[in-house]
Write a protein that binds this ligand. Structure first.
Ligand code: BTN
Length: 326
């Protein structure tokens, strides 16, 4: 019923709706309407009440509820079904379960906070309430499991593009899929797949973007390496507007990837990562390697030329950029 009330109050902007009209349209008592208005106010909606004229919506909160997001969506199919949670263990875990139960491509899971936000390589993703974006998208591409890494590069390109379109700031991608602003991590991706040997059943694109996080809220251990859009832009950002921008980029890049294959994704990824020739330290499955990044290959693996002159292809891990030796 909250959605219905908000839809009526959103009508011609700045206008009042009488309690009598709302109760008639929703077929509930005026007392019931008043109770819902009180609840909406408690959720952050600024609603003026006048005994003569009725109710008027003055301001909506920056929540990621379907009610708030749907009017802003610019996508054709992505995000049309939204599973929203105040708090949840991990949006990826929830999306995975939904996909196992048959949820179609394009459904998304969003939470205002995560109790067990998961990062790559078993790390924790700090997920305090109402500050950032914690999003998981269910996709069902007809691809081979070996092409799954390209999906991750595709998502990194889409996130970087959305950040740039939204803020004007120029993000850089760090292999495989960290998004940096000013050398500090602003967003990360945790993509999980469910597949058989020669077919992907579904992919869960898990995306965390630090939007309005303040420096003090970041755990000390990552303070020097992490940032948020607010910290970089110097002002708070609208989470729902950002989400709309992100879904638009994601739908565009995913559609392009399915239609034209990996080439445009790899070109955009290379352009944003500028990795060729950089001295790097790679940590992969407990091993540390020093060398120079040559490129990423057509499957998204990092090609490394080690200090001993060997070429290696790295499937998973982390890199750190090293200073050029003089
Ligand atoms: C990383 O850089 O380590 C990846 C971080 C991914 C975090 C996002 S937040 C939404 C989704 N749900 C999770 O539990 N993790 C991802």
């Amino acid at each position: 019923m909250d959605d219905e009330i908000l839809r009526l109050l959103r009508g011609p902007s700045g206008s009042f709706r009488s309690g009598e009209e709302i109760s008639r349209r929703l077929r509930v008592s005026r007392t019931a309407v008043w109770k819902r208005i009180k609840n909406l106010r408690a959720s952050g909606y600024d609603i003026e009440a006048s005994s003569r004229r009725g109710y008027r919506l003055l301001r909506s909160p920056d929540l990621l509820t379907p009610t708030e997001i749907k009017p802003l969506l610019k996508t054709k199919w992505m995000g049309k079904t939204i599973h929203h949670f105040q708090t949840i263990a991990s949006t990826n875990t929830e999306a995975y379960q939904l996909a196992l139960r048959g949820a179609p491509e394009g459904e998304i899971v969003i939470a205002e906070s995560q109790e067990n936000g998961r990062g790559r390589l078993g790390r924790h993703w700090v997920s305090p309430p109402f500050l950032n974006l914690y999003l998981s998208v269910i996709l069902r591409p007809e691809l081979l499991p070996s092409q799954a890494s390209l999906m991750t590069l595709m998502a990194a390109v889409a996130v970087a593009e959305a950040i740039e379109r939204f803020s004007g700031l120029p993000p850089v991608i760090k292999w495989p899929n960290d998004i940096l602003l000013n050398n500090c991590k602003v967003a990360g991706l945790l993509n999980e797949i469910h597949s058989e040997t020669d077919r992907i059943h579904f992919v869960i694109l898990g995306i965390g973007v630090n939007l309005n996080m303040e420096k003090e809220r970041l755990p000390k251990e990552i303070r020097a390496m992490a940032t948020s859009l607010k910290m970089e832009a110097g002002k708070a950002v609208s989470r729902k507007e950002f989400l709309s921008c992100l879904l638009e980029s994601l739908e565009k890049w995913y559609t392009l990837f399915l239609r034209e294959g990996g080439a445009p994704v790899l070109a955009a990824w290379r352009e944003r990562a500028r990795i060729k020739g950089k001295p790097v330290k790679v940590t992969s499955f407990g091993e540390t390697l020093l060398g120079r990044a040559v490129d990423v290959d057509a499957e998204g693996r990092l090609i490394l030329e080690t200090e001993k002159g060997e070429r290696k292809r790295i499937v998973a891990g982390d890199i750190e950029y090293k200073k050029e030796r003089q």
